[in-house]
Design a protein around this ligand. Sequence first.
Ligand code: URA
Length: 193
Amino acid sequence: ADAAAPDAVAQLDWADLQARVAACTLCPELARSRNHTVFGTGDPGARWMFIGEAPGAEEDRRGEPFVGRAGQLLDRMLAALGMDRGQGVYIANILKCRPPNNRDPRPEEAHACRPYLDRQIALVRPRVLVALGRVAAQNLLDTAEPLGRLRGRILDYRGTPLVVTYHPAYLLRKPQDKRKAWDDLCLARRAVQ
Ligand code: URA
């Protein structure tokens, strides 16, 4: 797939960006298999922006990010930070379409979709980005470093502080790592203040 004409996308306002994503066919397989694109949701003036991997089955059905079990855990993490989806945070994904059978995003798919995410970041202008999980982190940072070496530090994505932490779906399987995830969020909170 070609990239989503990055120069043109970088000029779009929220409404036109949303319409562009909803009509996107840059990745033919994803455009065929999806039920809904999942644009992103939250406070357009948010200080925090959480970035996941890609929609799952439930998100693809509803057109909303993080609405399955992992999303419920994410909502509890947000509540612990004093936020909810209406206030303080914007939530998006590396890919706006669900990969069939939740396979990993292909590099060319992530590349094609990136201008949409970059425009969302530019419109929100968050003080901190939080990458949820290995796929989001490795994509944003263009690295193959394992998550364990990326988390726990304040990194940078194109001038915005970036903190990497575990994906909530992983934390559902490994609740013993919730403590480290909370440490990561506290680190991100320092970047926000
Ligand atoms: N997992 C993700 O990474 N993103 C979603 O939107 C849902 C589950």
